[in-house]
Design a protein around this ligand. Structure first.
Ligand code: ZN
Ligand code: ZN
Length: 259
């Protein structure tokens, strides 16, 4: 059984707490130590309980709080060699580091974490599939397009956290400068709602228990747009849809265990 909860998701900060048994790992740490502590407290957790942080890439919304957390707890950090090179050039890491490679699983306590490569404008971005040996949670944010690697990695997961970053029309007609629109909407930017829904359509299966939409743009998307896509794709009612928000994140969801 795995449970997972978003501490907050979007361009101002991301962190996902994943737990199985006594093992607790954080995927990304985009919040400072104080905000992180407050957000963990909402979920009944504290920073000293974290067994590891796994980092997707070097953008600040994913690692702004990483060094402060490691200074405080010496919590091991797992990341790609490329992500490490960028972050370590800015500040040396105060605690243990583990380099991970795409398609090579690593064991962290009761969990197995398998990184996979994604197209995003970072040096060596990875996303992760996390398993307790019985069920799998697939995580995907910060990808500009859907590749065969992504759809293969996320196949057969009981839980998914998927980026629904922007509505294409809102982005096109919105206030962002042209270069930023091109970056966000480009093949190494962020997933738009229709592309994410298309991926979900391809991935859904009878044992899929929870889908959490994440990394919504506050400027170029609305929770209502995303809810509409999820309802149509999963054939569920709006009240059964899970959308992580920047400020509140989303509470615990459980996959596996006794149903
Ligand atoms: Zn990014
Ligand atoms: Zn991001």
């Amino acid at each position: 059984m795995i449970r997972f909860a978003s501490l907050g998701s979007g361009s101002k900060g991301n962190a996902l707490l994943v737990q199985s048994g006594a093992t607790r790992i954080l995927v990304d740490c985009g919040f400072g130590i104080r905000a992180l502590s407050e957000r963990l407290a909402r979920l009944g957790a504290v920073v000293d309980q974290l067994d590891a942080v796994i980092v997707t890439h070097e953008h600040s919304d994913h690692c702004a709080g990483l060094l402060a957390l490691q200074r405080r707890t010496r919590c091991p950090v797992y990341l790609s060699a490329g992500t490490r090179s960028v972050l370590a050039a800015r500040h040396p890491f105060p605690g243990p580091l583990h380099i991970v490679c795409a398609d090579t699983p690593v064991a962290i306590g009761d969990l197995s974490v398998t990184p996979y490569a994604v197209p995003h404008d970072a040096v060596e971005p990875l996303q992760y599939v996390i398993s307790d040996g019985a069920v799998r949670l697939g995580v995907l944010t910060d990808a500009g397009s859907v590749t065969a690697t992504i759809s293969d990695a996320l196949a057969h997961c009981e839980g998914l956290m998927l980026e629904f970053n922007h509505d294409r029309h809102m982005l096109a007609s919105g206030p962002y400068p042209a270069f930023l629109k091109r970056r966000i909407g480009g093949p190494e930017g962020h997933l738009d709602n229709e592309t994410a829904a298309g991926l979900l359509q391809q991935l859904k299966h009878d044992r899929l228990q929870h889908v959490l939409a994440a990394h919504l743009s506050e400027q170029n998307n609305t929770p209502e747009h995303v809810t509409g896509h999820l309802c149509a794709t999963l054939d569920v009612a709006p009240e059964d849809v899970c959308v992580a928000r920047q400020s509140q994140g989303f509470g615990w969801l459980t996959i596996g265990g006794r149903l």
